[in-house]
Design a protein around this ligand. Structure first.
Ligand code: MN
Length: 496
């Protein structure tokens, strides 16, 4: 799917009080920092050096240019020396993209033997960055502050992580969700204010009668369907489990036809996320299962039963993780059933069908089984178990007066035994800090049963994204206690 060639600008602040020699050092130092950061191989996007900013006019022009440049995903600012912060007011007030305040210093150690007042005046980011930080805080501008030496790999990784958050901010307004089914009747938590979602997140959320997408499915040629079915048979294990081989393949081919038809519809109409509903399938023969799983693996967002908020979040989180080295996957997910045995507590995660195979570990099989709900023929689906390790589960809920993003850190594990009769893909996790506190906190926070789940994003990234969007974030992690969480939400209700 379309990827923009994003870059980040590096703007160094100073002033003309120090003379040309000092300013030439400032420029050389910031150039070297940018070069080294780009050469580190740890940043997912290039940093572009900009000439030192020393007055209102140059600062305002640089931010205006950054706004206008489609490839610029944000500006990284650093005050090498002192830069009187009133100079930044006009530029900052007009700036609309992600802002990182990189509070670093060119040298890492105080040069004890040679340090004099010239050195002090040239290398005073401890001084200048406080002046700059003050005005950003006073203006109430959302930004990220990262402090540390630029050559420190941990600091470089934090910049890399922030860059992905910035991409999430930039790309959010390019997410278009197609609803070929409304919300499931009477369900509350998957509902929400679509106008407010567009104001806050930039999402376009459009409805189509399901049979408009069915026309695209019906128009798929037999040859194309056969070719994709063959690809499925080459890619996945075929788990007949006593079903007739020919009848099984016919069921799988229905999903191939749906995948091709849906993909064409999404591409033609420029949608990056989709919702379906098992009870509203129009002319479709099966609930899209395997088809949706394959689309999700290619980067499309998905939400079941009309859940457009989760569909958009899955899409968003897939964009934020694009190109992550050794990525473990991002998926739509649903809390199903608990294991309450002491020491082995956790939540079994699955959905009727639609779990993204990017999170799988081990073989992926195709099964054809009846759905316990709805009135269509048995759908084909991909079945697998998921990777282990830390991950985050997120739920975006509409509280009527505001959106809240709930972020729970979880530890994914293997279940003790295989589940041979369960015909769906699964994950199993223990929420932090533990199952009972995690689940109680989730319930208090009003979190949904549907989640957007990822191994490849952090709480910090999602909290920063929520802050940039101007919405509340509630974190459930190892520091969570119920008393503090409930108080935090009371305070938040006033703040928002
Ligand atoms: Mn569901």
């Amino acid at each position: 799917m379309e990827k923009r060639n994003y870059k980040f600008w590096f703007a160094t602040g100073s002033q003309d009080l120090y003379g040309d020699e000092c300013l030439s050092h400032v420029a050389a130092h910031s150039k070297q920092i940018v070069d080294e950061l780009n050469k580190s191989g740890r940043l997912p996007f290039e940093i572009v050096w900009k000439p030192t900013l020393i007055d209102n006019a140059s600062i305002r022009q640089t931010f205006a240019d950054a706004n206008a440049d489609r490839e610029c995903a944000g500006v990284i600012t650093w005050m090498h020396t002192f830069s009187p912060a009133k100079s930044w007011i006009l530029g900052l007030s007009e700036f609309r993209k992600p802002l990182l305040h990189f509070h670093t210093q060119f040298n890492s150690e105080i040069p004890y033997d040679t340090i004099d007042m010239d050195f002090m005046n040239e290398n005073q980011s401890a001084h200048g960055d406080r002046e700059y930080g003050h005005i950003v805080t006073r203006m109430g501008i959302e930004r990220k502050v990262i402090m540390g030496h630029w050559a420190d790999t941990n600091i470089q990784d934090r910049i890399a992580s922030w860059m992905r958050t910035a991409i999430g901010v930039m790309e959010s307004s390019h997410i278009r969700v197609v609803r070929v089914a409304d919300n499931m009747r009477n369900v509350a938590v998957t509902e929400g204010d679509k106008v407010e979602a567009q104001i806050k997140f930039g999402w376009e959320i459009d409805a189509y009668p399901v049979n408009e997408i069915v026309e695209y499915v019906d128009a798929v040629s037999e040859a194309d369907t056969k070719a994709l079915t063959d690809e499925y048979y080459d890619t996945y294990d075929i788990l007949l489990e006593g079903r007739d081989e020919k009848e099984f393949r016919e069921h799988v081919a229905v999903q191939a036809q749906i995948e091709i038809g849906f993909r064409k519809f999404l591409e033609e109409k420029n949608y990056q996320a989709i919702v379906t509903h098992f009870g509203d399938l129009g002319g479709l023969k099966q609930l899209p299962g395997l088809a949706i799983q394959r689309l999700m693996a290619d980067g499309y967002g998905f939400g079941a039963e009309g859940d457009w908020k989760t569909a958009a979040m899955v899409r968003l989180m897939k964009i934020m993780t694009t190109g992550v080295k050794d990525a473990k996957g991002t998926s739509f997910m649903e809390d199903y059933t608990y294991n309450l045995i002491p020491g082995k507590e956790g939540i079994l995660q699955a959905h009727m069908l639609e779990v993204c195979p990017t999170i799988s570990e081990g073989p992926i099989g195709i099964k054809v089984c009846p759905l316990s709900m709805g009135d269509r023929e048995d759908p084909a689906r991909l079945v697998f178990t998921s990777k282990t390790g830390p991950a985050i589960a997120t739920s975006l809920v509409d509280l009527g007066t505001r959106f809240r993003l709930i972020i729970n850190e979880v530890d994914c594990k293997k279940v003790e035994k295989p589940m041979p009769k369960l015909p769906v893909a699964t994950a199993f996790w223990t929420p932090r800090p533990n199952l009972s506190t995690g689940a109680e906190a989730w319930i208090y926070a009003g979190g949904a049963h549907h989640t957007a789940f990822s191994y490849d994003l952090t709480t910090e990234q999602m909290v920063d994204w929520a802050a940039a969007m101007g919405i509340e974030a509630v974190v459930i992690d190892n520091d969570t206690t119920i008393r503090t969480l409930r108080n935090e939400m009371r305070w938040n209700s006033v703040a928002y």
